[in-house]
Design a binder for this molecule. Structure first.
Ligand SMILES: C[S@@+](CC[C@H](N)C(=O)[O-])C[C@H]1O[C@@H](n2cnc3c(N)ncnc32)[C@H](O)[C@@H]1O
Length: 276
């Protein structure tokens, strides 16, 4: 049994998490940190949250930071989530990218899924791009990244349960998946289009190697950040896009009042933020 989290330790833990990841835990969510971190405190045989905070801050153990990211992130995702955004990507946006890249003598299409969780989002994009014959002459490069190493490991394994695949159209299911016990294994041809990296969206050092992206998908992650962390992540993603490139956030998210660096345009009721 561990002692309840004091308000002071809560604030220090919450500030530490924020500095490291941009994830902001509001005052009324102390229970969230108690729930998520309690088991870890016990596993490590620590007396309480104050000792865990000490380990995180002064223990010099990078692996514990990795573990912390796993504990505090929310990794909910599934194939064909918010599908109208993929339709726009593979329709009007794809046409525009191919035209602009052809003019600039580029024969590739570069897409970055900036918080890809267990891989359903980048693999949905890969499958849908494979279905577009007009893009056949372009090399497709999909970079998928996340702050959590464990979700990246399952993304690379690419074996999914029935919840993750429930929205996949039957034609895609039979073409790109094979049953594996209770699960479904993704085809190697789809996996081959996606490269995974561990990237913290508020880290200059992590994002600075990413450049020249045609499109960035950053869906359902900025909601966990406060305004300052959102601005930081957006500024880094701005630099990672090529001029004229597009940013797509979750359908319930908006950049209104956060940044003016992008110009919003609407295609088939989907908002696309363009780098100007
Ligand atoms: C809810 S999932 C979104 C998955 C997918 N984009 C979607 O919309 O279905 C949010 C992901 O953001 C990741 N995340 C949280 N903070 C992050 C950060 N600072 N840098 C990169 N990824 C982060 C989490 O690990 C988690 O996998």
């Amino acid at each position: 049994m561990i002692a309840p989290m004091t308000d002071d330790v809560f604030k220090q833990l919450r500030d530490f998490i924020y500095e490291q990841s941009g994830i902001f835990v509001p005052d009324n969510k102390k229970y969230f940190l108690e729930n998520r971190l309690g088991r870890r405190v016990q596993e490590k045989n620590l007396k309480g949250y104050d000792e865990y905070l000490y380990v995180l801050k002064y223990g010099g153990d990078k692996a514990e930071l990795v573990k912390l990211f796993e504990l505090v992130t929310t990794n909910e995702t599934f194939f064909f989530r918010e599908p109208q955004q993929f339709d726009v990507l593979c329709g009007d946006l794809l046409k525009k990218i191919m035209e602009e890249n052809t003019k600039a003598a580029r024969r590739d299409i570069k897409i970055w899924c900036a918080a890809s969780s267990t891989g359903e989002e980048p693999y949905t994009i890969a499958m849908q791009l494979m279905e577009r014959p007009e893009a056949a002459g372009f090399r497709k490069e999909i970079l998928a990244s996340d702050i959590s190493e464990s979700v990246l490991a399952s993304a690379k394994a690419a074996v999914y349960g029935s919840y993750a695949v429930r929205n996949i159209p039957p034609a895609y299911m039979s073409k790109y998946f094979t049953p594996d016990g209770q699960n479904f294994r993704l085809a190697e041809s789809v996996k081959a289009l996606v490269r995974f990296m561990k990237i913290n969206l508020i880290s200059d050092r992590d994002v600075k190697s990413i450049r020249g992206m045609d499109v960035i998908f950053c869906r359902n992650v900025l909601i966990y950040f406060d305004e300052k962390a959102k601005q930081k992540a957006l500024a880094l993603m701005y630099d990672a896009l090529r001029p004229g490139g597009s940013l797509i956030v979750g359908t319930s998210e908006s950049l209104h009042n956060i940044t003016r660096a992008f110009r919003p345009t609407v295609i088939n009721r989907v908002v696309i933020y363009q780098k100007v």
